[in-house]
Design a protein around this ligand. Sequence first.
Ligand code: C5P
Length: 213
Amino acid sequence: MTAVPVIAIDGPSASGKGTVAQLVAEKLGFHYLDSGALYRLVALAAMRAGVPLDGDERLASVAASLEARFEAGEPVTGAIRDEACSIGASKVAAWPGVRSALLGRQRAFRRSPGLVAEGRDMGSVVFPDSGLKVFLTATVEARAERRYKQLKGKGITATLSILLQDLRERDARDAARSVAPLKQCPDARFLDTTAMSATEAAQRILAWYRGGE
Ligand code: C5P
């Protein structure tokens, strides 16, 4: 039996990997996993329950009981995208108990005909046997600019210099943690999207997947 194919797209915050991964998934008719959303949900659930983000054990049980809290249908798609949740997610993601509690849940997304998974450790930890691994990035300035435009488009006021500082801090926290730090896998293709649109980036990945250059 052949394994269900996975395309793993990892990279730093606001690199555009979400948009690109969704475009690739649409084109191939594959399922899509936004693994960051799970860490954001853990942060939101913990903050609401008054569980401090600086200890592993209680956070791991929050992570293990996510469905119970959110599947009842409260829409939290807006809440998990705000800056407090972004910062909270990168804090809870540093705890090994949280990461292992989310492992099975992420792997369950691997269903026929295929999966495009995006995050920080898709290629290294969650789906190490992915057929294609991509490390997608852009300069921190370009990423801050993209986030700024995205927020502005939604009518949210933001300050570019603060976004830039937040991104730098999150990059440092994601790269420095001892479990599943953000780094390029040796077998991942490097894609710098600083001067590329999301559509161009998706086309490049599709060409790699189909075996071309
Ligand atoms: O990708 P996104 O910015 O939504 O992820 C939020 C946070 O979740 C990241 O800053 C990172 O710390 C964490 N994360 C992770 N591993 C993943 C996906 C996200 O540690 N696979």
